[in-house]
Write a protein that binds this ligand. Sequence first.
Ligand SMILES: [Zn+2]
Length: 400
Amino acid sequence: MQIGADLTGDETVDATGLIALPGLVDLHTHLREPGREDAETVLTGTQAAARGGFTCVFAMANTEPVADTAGVVEQVWRLGREHGYADVQPIGAVTVGLAGERLAELGAMADSAAQVRVFSDDGKCVSDAVLMRRALEYVKAFDGVIAQHAQEPRLTEGAQMNEGPLSGELGLTGWPAVAEEAIIARDVLLAEHVGSRLHVCHLSTRGSVEIVRWAKSRGIDVTAEVTPHHLLLDDELVRSYDPIYKVNPPLRSKDDVLAVREGLADGTIDIVATDHAPHPMEDKECEWQAAAFGMIGLETALSIVQQTMVDTGALTWERVAEVMSANPARIGRATTHGRPLAVGEPAHVVLYDPTAKRTIEPADTASLSRNTPYAGRELPGRVVATFLAGKPTVLEGKLQ
Ligand SMILES: [Zn+2]
């Protein structure tokens, strides 16, 4: 359904005092299906998305089996359509089995019903420069993009947290900023060399922001994302040894947090993406070293962006619509999403109350997992209603 279509007889929502945004688009979601349905399914993940104001999510490829064939991406795409809570755009793996050895069937995934345009080995880095070059060259044929999880593997062996004075003090193996920055620097040069599109996943350091800023000034076709947690949280939280704060890339220094906020404000960073990473309790409620990396984030993303970027004066709501809807839709070529709120456009809309306050309760989620780092925190704002193609998926804050 389009905006402006005849709605006679349909429900009326009182939107007084609410902000209307185009339905949010998440370029980086882990839905876990197929294979880890104990952590999340396409149904529960898209329900969490709807509660967070999202109408489209890009599902990462690190499922079991890996989404490295037309069959798997079509399965995920179809499940999204059947459930109807958000459009699901599968991301295809760059390499077979995420093994980093040979390219997956990129063309077959692009030609499938799922029409994959974003390819990523996320969770792992495409660290082989020749493979990365070939992948960048290959996807040009169908206007695809490689979304890189920038992590130099040798520099991060056994890494547990941000490398700095605190990692030494806590006795945890460090994940140095240079391991992210070295890959981003290499990849922007590769993208320039072959004339292709590169997207940098979850950029997290000041140096990464500076490299992307330089690359853009040179005309290189690179886009970048930051997660809500890297906009708000820093590595001091690791002092608690609570694995709820264990994430990849790790929470960085306060200076890095400031740098990614500046990068998002000035357009160096194009989008906010959640990296929603559900994990069952037993994988998070254990010793730090043994715990899984990752946090859920679909239902809190807009509130964190409000707190860190809007309430601080760094972004307007119009810019929030760009970084959480228009830009991710454009990068992922989700052509019916991220459109302006105007007559004749697809009716993907979120209504949001920025004056509301809520204290985050981990059990209050549509996700199958509870690993939110915001438990007990008071966050601003609340999604009141979400509409996917005119159909309400959330009304009065409740799933429909
Ligand atoms: Zn990643």
